[in-house]
Design a protein around this ligand. Sequence first.
Ligand code: AMP
Length: 279
Amino acid sequence: MPQIFSDYIPLRQKVQRHQASGQRIGFVPTMGALHEGHLSLVKAAQQTCPVVVVSIFVNPLQFGPSEDFSRYPRTLEADIALLKTVGVDYIYTPTPDSMYPAGFSTNVQVHGVSDGLCGAARPGHFDGVATVVAKLLSQVGATDAYFGEKDYQQLCIIRRMVTDLCLSVFIHPVPTHREADGLAMSSRNRYLSEAERAQAAQLFATLSWAAAEIKQGASVPAILDISMQRLKEAGFSAIDYFELRQEETLTPLAVYASPARLLAAARLGQTRLIDNLKL
Ligand code: AMP
């Protein structure tokens, strides 16, 4: 049975006791509405760490004023039940007031890797992510933390932040967990209507097609243009971006050079989907 904490101090005391006895502690931060993708992070953590902590916190700081903070799915009871089935040790459920008490004035900003992509489409989003992840890492004090490649730019930002601030935690990337038709699992997929859910698979299909073409030497700008056109034809209402970037620095690439990643974000009705693929 996992122990549930809404306050970080007793949780950190537990973690420190495990660490004092030489155990590694794996930490998986989430916003809840848990699915198999989140569980793949928990399983990765359990492979290296005998003790695993999962946090569930819908972070107001990372949502823009016209974004879905108030309607973001909150399914705490079901999340806890799911985490029980996989044998998580501790669940941390802070509240916005405890995370950001009156007078809170700090903002963690990671430059460079946050330029463009979701950083351009969602102004302020990555400041909110970096700030909450810095706080969560500090509150929990885990030795290892696990992040999905599904949110690839976020992963790069967190790695940069951990390096720059000398945080003593090892960051593990976990591959994207997908539905049978390739759609990357996401808490936001539950917003999709039946028709949109069928169209959504085209995002991964188009990324896969573009990756194959680029690897075979096709012109990068031409393939990116055709890909965006394909998504529009498949029913996506807006394409936020469809880009090829260097894998670590996220510098835009007009010509393919390994290691690289294709990254895309597009909207189906009210729902914004993101995905990416290593070339
Ligand atoms: P979220 O609850 O959406 O903030 O995600 C919490 C963590 O789970 C982040 O590190 C995400 O990248 C990761 N994650 C979300 N969906 C997936 C997925 N389909 N495959 C792997 N990791 C995922």
